[in-house]
Write a protein that binds this ligand. Structure first.
Ligand SMILES: O=C(O)CCC(=O)C(=O)O
Length: 290
């Protein structure tokens, strides 16, 4: 699935965007399903539905209303949609790409659909994924499938190339788990940020340690990403899963390795959000700023 150059780019820069990984026919059912969830959200005033641990599956911005829906997250869509299940548990472009990066034995950790609807104001602050989902080793990939055309105006993911080879940053600020790095680190990231752009059907593969963020959608179009976290099967989670799923921990490709591989690392313990998703954590201010 991936060229040698793309694999090299992933390991040197911590990110690679693969154009036209899925064609329009493959994307159609995924987009239609997502639109149904957006339409469904119009009937609710706040987060709704339920995931495995009782928290809401569908998360909305505080400005959400029937006329202007602001659905920002569907957690574990693979539990409630065959189309999304197949993306991560059937051989296809997404799994093939992750196999090219991590080898034959791949384990599913979690998945979600993030969207930025027009006027929703949804932003994602700078963070690395690994401190949310620490594992015994860091052969973990965040695979982001573009359901829409993504340009600079629509709130694309922005990354700091090479940051996966640097330190793990804390997501705790002044004793509060904010799910975001310190302001000084974020300011550095802003200076080095590169946008991940592409047409619908593109696949952005990001290393779990790569610093990333995304700003608000300034257009009247919807920006949606299906995001799956997949790991080498010998990487074992070190913290509870903040996006629980009946499928978490299942082998997505290959076999159970029957071995745990660990690397030396230290990372702060993450916190499970009390709200529907990490957006509520990222909205929390450090104690000093409250
Ligand atoms: O939706 C985005 O732009 C990025 C999402 C992200 O970083 C996350 O959900 O961890």
């Amino acid at each position: 699935m991936l060229s040698t150059a793309q694999i090299k780019q992933f390991w040197t820069e911590g990110v690679v965007v693969v154009n036209a990984a899925l064609n329009r026919d493959q994307l159609g059912p995924l987009c239609r399903q997502h639109q149904q969830w957006i339409d469904q959200s119009r009937q609710h005033l706040g987060p709704f539905g339920e995931m495995l641990d009782g928290r809401p599956r569908f998360d909305v911005e505080p400005v959400h209303c029937a006329e202007r829906p602001a659905l920002r997250r569907v957690s574990s869509p693979e539990e409630i949609s065959k189309e999304y299940f197949d993306l991560v548990f059937e051989r296809g472009p997404l799994i093939d790409a992750v196999v090219d990066l991590l080898g034959q034995n791949i384990r599913f950790h979690h998945a979600k659909l993030n969207s930025k609807l027009p006027n929703s104001g949804t932003v994602v602050k700078w963070h690395q994924d690994f401190p949310f989902d620490p594992h015994s080793n860091d052969d973990c990939v965040t695979a982001m499938l573009f359901l829409d055309d993504i340009d600079s105006e629509i709130g694309p993911a922005r990354v700091v190339p090479g940051s996966h080879r640097g330190q793990l940053h804390s997501l705790w600020q002044d004793g509060v788990f904010t799910g975001a790095v310190a302001d000084s680190v974020a300011a550095d990231c802003e200076r080095q940020a590169v946008e991940c752009l592409g047409d619908a059907g593109s696949l952005c593969l990001m290393h779990t340690r790569t610093l990333h963020a995304s700003s608000a959608n300034l257009t009247d179009r919807t920006r949606s990403l299906f995001i799956a976290t997949l790991t080498a099967a010998d990487a074992v989670p070190l913290a509870p899963n903040a996006v629980p799923s009946i499928h978490a921990g299942r082998i997505a490709h290959g076999q159970e390795p029957g071995r745990i591989r660990s690397i030396e690392l230290q990372v702060d313990t993450p916190e499970i959000p009390k709200g529907a998703s990490f957006f509520s954590q990222q909205a929390t201010l450090p104690k000093g700023d409250q």
